[in-house]
Design a protein around this ligand. Structure first.
Ligand code: URA
Length: 438
């Protein structure tokens, strides 16, 4: 077997065998296959796709390039959730606490923000002292003791993905459904989960902007999850406008606190309860997703989810005082207001532009090594459908860089649209898919 023959086969639209895929993944991870040959394979996959069986093999060899956490001694059915990423999407934070409070253990390995999308790790690290760098052994102990642990990808989790993603990033091969599927699922399966809920975003601020692509990705992710024996449910949710009202790391922790204290904005509460309901159902603590949603609401109303969040933060060495007194958190040096330049009903709050503006303010990064400012971000005062008057403040922007505020304001003035007559907000939960949808 040679890399040349395998690349040629994929170029000529042939199906690769499990052995051929293993040869390429193991060879590239170990440094035996050079970047230029692996890049050619990636482009052939990008252009010609992969069958479900090939995608499963690819996921499997990427998964076993590292270790798979063994959580079998942790009682209960372990369930995680993955979002394909969006703007203002802080759902993982309240969700982990709600689901753990309902008695379903949540092992969660999260990522950092990149480009216009935020990352759970950056948000959590805005809490002073919060650690995300535990070993797999410590992670396992914390899941058992607290019911949830949220950490970053360690060097031992799917190292093949790390190397392959870096190459995809510079060879224009990121937007490939089999490659995205194997990348996401190799990391999720390494967490030691028994079941998985996926939030596949669609729209302006999403990775996949078209609904058909989002559906295709959801089906591929479910197919791989189920082939590994992990029941998987996916929701396609709208990401045309930011989720909730806050964008930016600490601002999103503040909104997560609101959510856990039952004061969160309606759209955020709706997505959170739906995903929690599905997780509680998969974790066999509810007979249906609907019953799971009721339990999720009860965990919030009763204060149990809020208490669980404090427990998780303390267990990961974070300062819980600041969560109980968020007004004591330092504020950004400068703030500015985005004002409506027309009157009417808000018809567009472009999630992509809001995400990029928050990066300009310092809340995100364009390169993996860029620093982020926990205090920077945007607070939205209105969402699509609201009636506004010219000059009314639509959003407040926060940054430590005064110049950046002006650049972001300029960008956002073009990201807002107005309609003359009332309009409904776009539907948030678009579709639910599971193994029966394949
Ligand atoms: N997120 C991932 O983890 N991998 C991809 O390929 C795309 C999004």
């Amino acid at each position: 077997m040679t890399a040349y023959e395998i690349i040629s086969a994929k170029r000529d639209r042939q199906t690769l065998s499990d052995d051929e895929i293993a040869f390429m993944i193991n060879g590239f991870t170990a440094g035996r296959i050079p970047d230029y040959q692996f890049a050619a394979l990636l482009m052939a996959i990008f252009l010609n796709g992969m069958t479900p069986v090939e995608t499963k093999s690819l996921t499997e060899h990427m998964l076993y390039s590292g270790i798979v956490a063994d959580l079998s001694t942790v009682p209960g059915i372990k369930v995680d959730k993955h979002s394909t990423g969006g703007v203002g999407d802080k759902v993982s934070i309240p969700l982990a606490a709600i689901v753990a409070a309902a008695g379903v253990p949540v092992p969660m390995i999260s990522g950092r923000g990149l480009g216009h999308t935020g990352g759970t790790l950056d948000k959590l690290q805005s809490i002073p002292g919060f650690r995300i760098d535990y070993s797999i052994d410590e992670y396992k102990k914390k899941v058992a003791l607290t019911g949830a642990c949220l950490i970053g990808q360690t060097a031992s989790i799917a190292p093949a993905d790390k190397k392959i993603y870096a190459l995809r990033d510079v060879t224009a091969t990121v937007q490939s459904i089999p490659l995205i599927t194997a990348s996401i699922m190799s990391k999720k399966l390494a967490e030691g989960i028994d079941a998985l809920v996926l939030d596949v975003k669609t729209g302006r601020g999403a990775f996949m902007q078209k609904i058909d692509d989002s559906r295709d990705l959801a089906k591929n992710l479910i197919a791989v999850g189920e082939r590994f024996g992990k029941p998987t449910i996916a929701y396609i949710t709208n990401m045309d406008q930011p989720l909730g009202r806050m964008i930016g790391n600490w601002l999103e922790i503040r909104e997560s606190i609101d959510c856990l204290q039952d004061k969160g904005p309606a759209d955020l509460m709706q997505v959170t309860h739906q995903l929690c309901g599905a997780m509680i159902y998969l974790g066999q603590k509810a007979v249906s997703i609907e019953a799971g949603i009721e339990i999720s609401k009860l965990m919030v109303h009763s204060g149990k989810a809020w208490q669980k969040f404090i427990d998780i933060v303390r267990s990961q060495e974070g300062d819980s005082h600041v969560l109980e007194h968020p007004e004591t958190y330092p504020r950004a040096k400068f703030q500015s207001e985005l004002k409506a330049d027309d009157s009417g009903y808000l018809s567009r709050l472009d999630a992509l532009e809001f995400g990029l503006a928050s990066v300009q303010l310092g809340a995100g990064r364009m390169q993996a090594a860029d620093p982020v400012n926990p205090k920077a971000g945007i607070e939205l005062h209105y969402k699509i459908g609201a009636k506004v008057e010219q000059g009314q403040v639509l959003a407040t922007l926060f940054s430590d860089d005064e110049e950046a505020l002006n650049r972001a304001l300029d960008r956002l003035s073009k990201a807002v649209g107005y309609a003359a007559s009332p309009l409904a907000a776009p539907p948030l939960l678009i579709e639910m898919l599971d193994k029966n949808s394949l």
